[in-house]
Design a protein around this ligand. Structure first.
Ligand SMILES: [Zn+2]
Length: 345
């Protein structure tokens, strides 16, 4: 017999954070209240998952003649108060569109409370029916929490429907041209994807909210990003500045060297997060070595692509945060993707 551990919705996100920006939220008080609410609900879910994991351990220990029945019953108490803690720690949804999410949370709690009541009966009498109720209750609650998380990603996270366009004036969009370049890298790096890499360029307006909403959904990873990936969806999300640099690169104009190099480097870095898992420093070093192929893939001449790669290595890399650099990143070093080639990066 076992009681399945509730999955923390946050754990399913696998966000990988990147370079720091400032941590302030864009205006719009409804959006702020929404993000705050999501943050509270994520914390609440993490607590629920922790308690549930502890209960699970105690039950296993009880079955192995370790823990006492009383200990198990006491550990169930916080789970029995699921609805109450939802009301106290998370509260009502601050907007109409988040109301269905709150209902999923409330449903999850009712399922969980039913499961706990059944579990208590189990400890007082014979298993049988109660055992079945425990399983169903836990499974139902897990399912609803996961559903709530997915719906949130779709409502205000990076999973909302966007148009496909490579036109930088189109606002938030899925950029097929950048997707193809990213795809070439994952293929090169032997990291197959089911439907190819999706690259999303976010408008100024959407970017901060998407970034903050995703960080709120995953409190363990609440940092600020130039870009971040969604591993579940083989997706790279890029901030508007990065996309502007990549658009300049694609335009074929030999202006804004720094912006273009930063754009290519960030895209290379984020794609490596899909290839990973590496540390930020390893990710950056591999990303650096994709600047040239990204530039070429977006139509740059060989000479301009070389200049961008040189610029990234000599001007950007030395200025980066300590977390993003390593002495192992050098020509012929352990992170060199082409150790026998003379060319670097
Ligand atoms: Zn990163």
């Amino acid at each position: 017999m076992h009681a399945p551990v509730l999955l923390a919705a946050a754990a399913a996100l696998f966000l990988a954070g990147c370079s720091a920006l400032d941590g302030t939220l864009a205006g719009g008080s409804t959006a702020e209240r929404e993000v705050a609410w999501i943050e509270r609900s994520s914390r609440w879910q993490v607590n629920l998952a922790t308690t549930s994991a502890r209960t699970d351990r105690l039950i296993r220990s009880y079955l192995a003649q370790g823990a006492e029945a009383g200990e198990v019953e006491r550990s169930l108490a916080p789970l029995k108060r699921c609805s109450r803690s939802l009301a106290q720690e998370v509260g009502r949804a601050p907007s109409e569109r988040l109301r269905p999410i709150h209902r999923l949370f409330a449903d999850a709690c009712r399922g969980l409370e039913r499961a706990i009541r059944a579990q208590e009966r189990l400890f007082r009498s014979n298993p049988g029916r109660a055992l079945l109720e425990v399983e169903t209750g836990f499974e139902g609650a897990s399912y609803r929490l996961a559903e709530a998380d997915l719906e949130l990603q779709e409502l205000i996270g990076d999973d909302r429907p966007l148009r496909r366009s490579s036109d930088p004036d189109q606002g938030s969009r899925i950029d097929p041209a950048l997707g193809r370049v990213a795809d070439a890298i994952t293929r090169d790096r032997d990291r197959p994807t089911a439907d190819g890499v999706e690259v999303r360029c976010w408008s100024e307006e959407d970017w901060l909210l998407v970034r903050d909403a995703m960080a709120a959904l995953d409190p363990g990873n609440a940092e600020d990003y130039l870009g971040f990936v969604n591993l579940e969806h083989d997706r790279v999300n890029l901030n508007p500045g990065v996309c502007a640099g990549l658009a300049a690169l694609r335009s074929g104009k030999h202006t804004s060297l720094a912006e273009q190099a930063e754009g290519a480097l960030t895209l290379g870095h984020e794609v490596e997060h899909l290839v990973g898992p590496w540390t930020q420093a390893e990710t950056e070093c591999y990303g650096l070595q994709h600047v040239r192929s990204i530039a070429r893939g977006l139509g740059a001449s060989r000479r301009w692509a070389d200049r961008l790669a040189d610029y990234a290595w000599t001007e950007i890399y030395p200025e980066e945060d300590e977390e993003y650099v390593t002495p192992r990143c050098r020509n012929g070093g352990p992170l060199d993707l082409h150790p026998t080639a003379k060319r670097w990066p």
